[in-house]
Design a protein around this ligand. Sequence first.
Ligand code: SF4
Length: 392
Amino acid sequence: MMAGKSMDPWSQRITEEEMARLKEEFGIEEYSVEMLEGLDPPALFRRGLIAGHRGFRTVLKRIRSGRAFYVMSGLMPSGRMHFGHKLVIDQIRFYSRFTNMIHIGVADVEAYATRGVSFSEAFKLATEEYLLNYVALGLPWEKFRIYFQSRHGTVQRLAFVLGRRTNLSTATSIYGFGGSTNLTHVLSPLVQASDILHPQLVHGPIPGVVPVGLDQDPHMRFTRDLAQAFRLFSVQEEGERIAIYQKGEGNHIDQLLHSLEGRYTVESAIFLSDREEEAKGKVMKAYTGGRATAEEQRKLGGEPERCPVYDLFRLHLIEDDHHLTEIEKECRGGKRLCGPCKKEAAELLTSFLKELREKREAAGESEEFKEALRDLKELGEHPPTEEWAPQV
Ligand code: SF4
């Protein structure tokens, strides 16, 4: 499942035209919330976050029939966790209603290869910043397994095996490697592909869902192609043919995504560990979809579809559809002005962050966290695979 951008609320949305092109030319399948009918998805699934998918129907069939599937997600331990990262956890929490096979890979090899983050720094960030926030955001301890790429023998061995079906020119066309790219960096996409596929060595050949931003689509295609090439990990549902449609040269999509990427830079990320006052300040300083003056705003109305403050309401702060529709109407109709609107968002945000901080502190003192830290230090994973591996 792919979010329509790099999943940060402080960025613009992808246009319908661009999305149509991604679907038509590159075979990203259309998502609509009706696909999840009867599953009581949280608000973000019906508010334009999910832009498309590749092969999600296979997982959906499993959800509906109560059969096994896994969720794979990764975290890059190179910076603090912001609200864009939170959206991934919000999605995973939904899937956790239907599966307890949730894998979280800490991409410390990638962070080391591409950003020079040391393994000890990565450990500290992954456990104290990410793991605590995941639990504080409601991911149940008993439903997920967390591991470090650098410490996981199966992931590394599988990456080595997957490399057998990858040549340098394919990897270069996808990832833009050049003569000065170091070889650890060249290896890291294989490790990521291995992250995504290795749960099938743990649970057997079952399908998985990987929530990512649209900018990760080249990597998803790379991994799906590798799985297809090996045929070890193909997911075949009886009576249904699964195909990957792709027109044109693979690197065209990368050019398009690259051209979109510049527009999605994070202007001023709000981090989950921001102090309440700090986060409030960011909201009050944020650009909006409002007009230049209050008078113009009253006359012309605002543009919530361009407004990151509205996105905060839409994706994080307001669950009630009726309330959200009211805000949208008031904004468009010029009844709502940006100053008080930001204040309202800031208040909701600070109470959310306060509650999250308290949950994070409680999680940090829990026995589960102490046990996870011990396992991660000694084994590089928690819980150890052989103790955990749920039976399919
Ligand atoms: Fe955004 Fe609120 Fe201003 Fe509308 S009124 S543009 S939602 S800040």
